[in-house]
Design a protein. Structure first.
Length: 206
C-alpha cells in the first residue's frame, strides 16, 4: 500500500501512542508528565509548549479514541469516530516547511494543545486509510500475549503480528515445538501398540 510520507509519519505516531496504553505485559507508558515530554521529544512533535496535567489527560483521551478506531468493526464506525476526533480538535489545514522539512500539511490549529495536535494530524491520517478503503489494515497483533496496534502495509493485507521478528518468530517456534511434541506422542503411542501386539503374540505361543 502506498502511503504518503507525511501520512505515514502521522500514522506511526498514532500507533506509538495507542501502544503506550497499559497492557498485561507492561504498565502505562504515559504515566506522568515526564513520560509525555519524552514521547513528544521522541516523535518530534512540533509547536508544543510547556506541558501540564491537562495536556496529559488530553493526550490519554485522544489515545483512547485512536484505540477505538483500531477496534472499529467497519469503516462506517471508524469514520464516525474519526469525524468526532477532528471536529473536537478543530482542524485548520495549513502548509508549512518548518525546521528544514519539505512542504507538508499541518491540520492542527495554531496554538492547539498537544492533545488537539495529535487528534488533528492523527485523525486525518486515519481518515486517509478509511477513504482509501483500507480500514482493515488498522490491526492488533494476533499473538495471544500481545495486543499492540499496527498498520498492515503489506501488499495483500497478510500481516498478522506487530513485529515478525518477535511475536511472529515466537509463534512460529511455539507451533513448531507443538508439532514435534504431537509427532513424538503419536510415535510413542504407535510404539506401545507394536510392543503390545508382540507381547500378545508371545503369550499366545506360550
Amino acid at each position: 500500500m502506498q502511503i504518503p510520507h507525511d501520512t505515514r509519519r502521522a500514522l506511526d505516531v498514532v500507533v506509538a501512542l495507542v501502544n503506550t496504553a497499559a497492557e498485561v505485559d507492561h504498565p502505562d507508558a504515559l504515566a506522568d508528565i515526564g513520560a509525555l515530554r519524552a514521547f513528544v521529544k521522541e516523535y518530534a512533535i512540533s509547536d508544543v509548549g510547556e506541558l501540564g496535567a491537562r495536556d496529559l489527560a488530553g493526550v490519554r483521551a485522544v489515545r483512547g479514541k485512536f484505540a477505538q478506531v483500531f477496534a472499529a468493526p467497519n469503516s462506517r464506525a471508524a469514520a464516525t469516530l474519526i469525524n468526532e476526533l477532528v471536529a473536537t480538535a478543530g482542524t485548520t489545514p495549513q502548509l508549512t516547511d518548518h525546521d528544514g522539512y519539505d512542504w507538508h500539511v499541518h491540520y492542527f490549529a495554531p496554538g492547539a494543545s498537544v492533545g488537539d495536535h495529535l487528534a488533528a494530524d492523527g485523525g486525518m491520517a486515519l481518515a486517509f486509510i478509511v477513504v482509501s478503503g483500507e480500514q482493515e489494515r488498522l490491526r492488533r497483533c494476533e499473538a495471544p500475549d500481545c495486543r499492540r496496534a499496527f498498520v498492515d502495509s503489506s501488499r495483500n493485507r497478510s500481516r498478522r503480528y506487530c513485529d515478525s521478528r518477535t511475536c511472529g518468530n515466537r509463534l512460529h517456534v511455539a507451533a513448531y515445538r507443538a508439532r514435534r511434541k504431537e509427532a513424538g506422542a503419536e510415535a510413542s503411542e504407535q510404539e506401545q501398540i507394536v510392543h503390545g501386539g508382540e507381547q500378545q503374540q508371545g503369550a499366545d505361543h506360550s
